[in-house]
Design a protein around this ligand. Structure first.
Ligand code: ATP
Length: 217
């Protein structure tokens, strides 16, 4: 069964780094769909600069022309803090026990996994697919991670084929050229009245200007 990919993020705003990550993983891991799940009230970081409503609207504009990309607003609509583990429990009960799920993330996010709520249970519900830059493998960087995360990584490393053979439990690495784009960069460029063209879809840039997002009050 083809896996469903899950890409959570603040998406404050969504940009081509996120979209390329999702598209490369869709292709390389043979995903039937990628669900973009904007955070509502993220437990790990400063409150996003704009509301979940605006962040979701920008994701919708960014993925509108992709038949296999879907916006999932379940976290954005909640007013309580959402942990990924709970979102995965919901998805697992909706999609069934046999549907392979792949939680998609960049290498930097994976190296912080041990800080996530109930992180050791994540692999009971999903695979984890990590994008790394060619030449900067996780294998080389995992040595700096805490022992428990290293152990998880070493025991669960799997092939791409495994992602469609089992519903959950594997950690796969995919070489994905990382675009040097971040939401932080875009927010600071808007605030400084500098161009953001070609860093994100034009429809998202238009939305930012129409709604005066990321500009100092
Ligand atoms: P910020 O700059 O506000 O910290 P961000 O651009 O890193 O935000 P997030 O919403 O925090 O975006 O990221 C969501 C996911 O996308 C994470 O798994 C992150 O590793 C990944 N990601 C973000 N930017 C890139 C990029 N340029 N290339 C590949 N993956 C990325």
């Amino acid at each position: 069964m083809k896996p469903i990919g899950i890409l959570g993020g603040t998406f404050d705003p969504i940009h081509y780094g996120h979209l390329r990550l999702a598209e490369e993983m869709r292709e390389l891991a043979g995903l039937q769909q990628v669900r973009f799940i904007p955070t509502g009230n993220p437990p790990h970081r400063d409150t996003p600069q704009v509301t979940a409503h605006h962040r979701s609207a920008m994701v919708q504009l960014a993925i509108a022309d992709h038949p296999d990309f879907v916006l999932d607003e379940r976290e954005a609509k909640k007013t309580i803090k959402c942990f990924t583990i709970n979102t995965l429990r919901e998805l697992r009960s909706e999609l069934g026990e046999t549907q392979p799920l792949c939680l998609l993330m960049g290498g930097d996010a994976f190296l912080q996994l041990h800080t996530w709520h109930e992180w050791e249970q994540l692999l009971d519900l999903t695979h984890i697919v990590v994008g790394y830059r060619p030449g900067f493998t996780l294998e080389e960087r995992i040595h700096s991670a805490p022992a428990q995360l290293r152990k998880h990584y070493q025991e669960r490393l799997c092939s791409v084929d495994y992602l469609s053979q089992q519903a959950a439990g594997g950690i796969a690495e995919l070489a994905i050229p990382k675009l040097e784009i971040s939401a932080t960069l875009i927010r600071s460029r808007v605030a400084e009245n500098r161009t953001i063209r070609y860093l994100l879809p034009a429809t998202v840039a238009d939305y930012i200007y129409q709604h005066h997002l990321y500009t100092p009050c």
